[in-house]
Design a protein around this ligand. Structure first.
Ligand code: FAD
Length: 587
């Protein structure tokens, strides 16, 4: 690593003598309070904040390290839409949704498809399966009341994400379960950041930004601390990539180290390296749904310390990515959270088949896109559909919800949401036209080829439109639209009244080029239910814990192959809580 080796005793002695953190000198040491801490938490995202707050609640002292400047505290969760998976919540009941723990478990199992040794202690899915049981219990039990007790509230129209592949015991949510937090991602981060800052004020927590961990230190088989680089100071705004210029080194010791460093979503090389054959060839072009700090480095660093990495080929990338005309991080893409009505075509203009409808089965659609031989696909829609059904994921793309501004929120009733309008105006992926020939020439212009054939596209749209003449149909997507309209949450806010795509009164026509957008890591460090990191033999590595995305949100893959959505923030909260509580109890 190029980092000078410093003995634990020397580090503690130097720190006790009052050596301050230096941004330049080599070697440098943590402040005295930091050196004597009970635990080191690596990563100030949601999982790290939750783990830290639990340790503090148990009276322990913590050093929380992050490679980013203070502006980035909260990590990805700050940018998130704040969607949370609850089962049988007050909001669901208000919307008339009948849900239960049994139904959620049926859906989780059908979605996860665990097939890697759930009954074999050495199996990659052994702990993942047990985490899934515990997580579904949490989401059906105390999750909502616990978070509500911390001040969180949710938008009453529960969203219906990942409607699945068509079978009751298969993939997908049987009922709507996506609860958008009032205040979106920042409001999910807020209560935990508050607790951590109270810990700072009480002298229980030391925050060390621009501290990048490069090595986990072990003494006699137990983890005893971390080593790394102090990066030069940075004033970049939240989400912007910060410099990696090293200004010094550090080493810190503690009997507990909790790794909460996030996934691999910004590291396209690592994504391609782990890309599974079942999803077809790895895309040549992808846009990036997470900030640059989601670099995946700590996975390899923790493996070097003896950790077992499982299910690295399981990942969760979206198929409805827009190139951001105002990027915050490199290659920044934004996901459309689609309603069910847009027609979906591959790059050659061939309509996808079930279950590749908008919002149904993310990874099946991803496989269909890569099978087409291209890295993109098309929505063909109407302005009427765009107005009601296009939502954009991300706190900054939903200023009404993020700012808790009821007036702005109400404007969604009579106008296209402002952020969607801006993408229509400035985004590189939108075409708008009053006639189909114009639309097709716009699509071919954007793609830089001639793959969309007007007559063939028209034939497929006409065929679908004829299926609208009766209230019943053989077209599975049209059936899905009518099904959505029977759920009040969809008919009120997320599904346009059924209409023909070529009905001029629903126009103008809109086509959107959809890119593959990287996001979540479903595999990771294998952990037991206490968040203890396991080695290749299945034994806990003394002193080492992990939580959040780096641990596959618990157990190295709580989601299995796929997600029901809204399960990632909750996965950070649950796994961060488990690891923080277990580590505190072990100290
Ligand atoms: C735009 C967007 C929308 C989303 N919407 C939702 C949603 O609605 N619902 C949902 O459930 N999920 C959503 N997610 C996913 C969810 O936000 C993330 O999965 C989750 O926040 C990950 O948290 P984490 O704490 O595990 O990791 P991160 O947030 O990635 O934090 C890890 C931290 O560790 C630091 N770090 C990494 N390596 C080192 C190192 N070597 N040394 C020191 N520090 C290090 C990083 O700088 C970072 O601050 C969304 C994500 C995005 C980006």
């Amino acid at each position: 690593m190029g980092t000078p080796r410093i003995s634990r005793r020397a580090a503690l002695a130097a720190a006790a003598a009052g050596a301050a953190v230096s941004q330049v000198a080599t070697p440098v040491f943590g402040a005295a309070a930091a050196a004597g801490a009970d635990a080191i938490v690596v990563g100030g995202g949601l999982a790290g904040l939750v783990a830290t707050s639990e340790l503090v609640a148990a009276g322990k002292t913590v050093v929380l390290l992050d490679q980013e400047p203070e502006s980035g505290l909260g990590g990805q969760a700050f940018w998130s839409f704040g969607g949370l998976f609850f089962v049988d919540s007050a909001e669901q009941r208000l919307m008339g949704v009948k849900d239960s723990r049994d139904l959620a478990w049926q859906d989780w199992l059908g979605t996860a498809g665990f097939d890697r040794g759930i009954d074999t202690p050495g199996g990659q899915d052994y702990w993942a399966y047990r985490w899934a049981q515990a997580y579904v219990d949490f989401a059906s039990g105390e999750k909502r009341s616990w978070l509500a007790g911390l001040g969180m509230q949710w938008f009453p129209f529960v969203g219906w994400a990942e409607r699945g592949g068509g079978l009751g015991d298969g993939h997908g949510n049987s009922v709507p379960r996506f609860h958008v937090t009032w205040g979106t991602g920042p409001a999910v981060v807020e209560p935990f950041e508050k607790k951590v800052r109270e810990g700072v004020a009480a002298g229980k927590v030391v925050l060390k930004f621009r501290h990048r961990v490069d090595e986990i230190v072990k003494t006699g088989g137990a983890v005893t601390g971390v080593r790394g680089a102090v990066l030069e100071p940075s004033t970049v705004a939240r989400g912007k990539p910060s410099s990696r210029t090293v200004a010094g080194n550090f080493e810190l010791s503690a009997p507990v180290v909790i790794v909460t460093s996030g996934g691999i979503g910004a590291n396209h090389d690592l994504i391609r390296q782990n890309w599974p054959a079942r999803l077809g060839p790895a895309p040549r072009t992808m846009i990036t749904g997470v900030p640059a700090h989601v670099d995946g480095r700590m996975l390899g660093i923790t493996q070097t310390a003896g950790a077992r990495l499982v299910n690295p080929d399981r990942m969760w990338h979206y198929t409805e990515g827009l190139r951001n005309y105002e990027p915050i991080w490199p290659g920044h893409g934004i996901r459309i959270l689609p309603g069910p009505s847009s027609m979906w075509f591959d790059a050659t203009g061939k309509r996808f088949r079930a279950p590749d409808w908008p919002g149904y089965d993310t990874l099946h659609t991803l496989g269909s896109i890569t099978a087409s031989g291209y890295d993109y696909s098309w929505f063909v829609s109407t302005q009427k559909i765009v107005d009601k059904e296009f939502a954009l994921s991300g706190s900054e793309q939903n200023p009404d919800l993020t700012e808790k501004n009821v007036w702005k929120l109400l404007t969604r009733i009579w106008q296209t949401p402002e952020p969607v309008q801006r993408f229509q105006r400035y985004g590189a992926d939108f075409v708008q036209a009053t006639t189909l020939p114009e639309l097709v020439s716009g699509m071919n212009r954007i793609a830089g080829n001639n793959l969309i054939n007007l007559a063939d596209l028209k034939r497929q749209i006409d065929a679908r439109d004829r299926e609208m003449d009766n209230s019943y149909s053989k077209d599975a997507q049209v059936m899905g639209i009518r099904n959505a309209l029977s759920y009040p949450g969809d008919s009120l806010s997320r599904t346009a009244a059924a209409h023909k795509i070529l009905d001029p009164s629903a126009g103008p026509l809109v086509a959107v080029r959809l890119n593959i957008l990287t996001r979540k890591t479903l595999g990771g460090l294998q952990t037991d239910l206490q968040g203890r990191v396991l080695n290749a033999a299945g034994a806990a590595i003394p002193g080492l814990y992990a939580a959040g995305e780096v641990s596959g949100f618990g157990g190295g893959g709580v989601h299995g192959y796929r997600s029901l959505e809204g399960t990632f923030l909750g996965g950070c909260i649950f796994s961060g809580r488990q690891a923080g509580r277990a580590a505190a109890a072990a100290l």
